[in-house]
Design a protein around this ligand. Sequence first.
Ligand code: 2AM
Ligand code: CA
Length: 257
Amino acid sequence: MDICMEQVIDMVHSVKPFFMDNAMSRDVTVKGLADFVTKADTSVQSRLFSELSKHYPGIQFMGEEDHMQAVDFSRPMWILDPIDGTTNLIYSYCHSAVSLGYYENKAISAAVIYNPFTEETFYAVRGQGAFLNGRRIRVTQKTALKDSLIAIGTSPYDKEMAEDNFHIFKEVFKHSLDIRRSGSAALDLAYVASGRVDGFLERNLKPWDYSAGALLVEEAGGQVTNYSLSPLDYSKNQDILASNREIHRELQKVVMS
Ligand code: 2AM
Ligand code: CA
């Protein structure tokens, strides 16, 4: 299916008022440990699903607030996180984004990540490069982990992983320039793509957390795998390792040490 990126980006931009509506972002339901949904999340999702199905009829949807509804991975689908960084939104941290990917043939072929607080729109089309507000973006050229800035995600809803995770963070911290933790996996991946960090890692991310960001990183010249260096399987949760490609093996060795 041909996707008109301009039109899809316009649809994504149209949900900005939901992010800015304090009543909606303070209308919180607890889904699980450190796992929240607000009225803003559900409103963004229903608006985008209804707009996308009007313009692209017959395409399946997978969205965070539908709890991994039954979808057929042999057919195309939209993969949506209506708000990635919901905890940030609840705290007015101003670092949250819509993350939308178009999946077909076992890969992501188009992606948009939009942060309404900074008015930054990251997007990519497979084979055509990655862009930020219309300008081409590329990953950094750092070749050594010791000179690299690495974003980490703490998997806050999986506290039983804390010992393992914080061991990894300590090793990465010791072997790199420094670490960052933003609270939005989608923006972390967009930041790898745009050269604001050199790498990113987080365990047990769901397809809507990483799908759009993975295409951005690849189209910006970077690499995304799981922690064992295997290619991503978009039908599953994944431990995500993303980088500018140059430092990928070195970062992976530290992660697995
Ligand atoms: P969210 O804000 O859409 O919930 C934070 O470490 C990152 O993990 C965010 O991208 C966050 O997305 C995501 N996240 C939060 N809860 C999660 C869960 N239960 N499973 C997987 N990812 C989750
Ligand atoms: Ca979300």
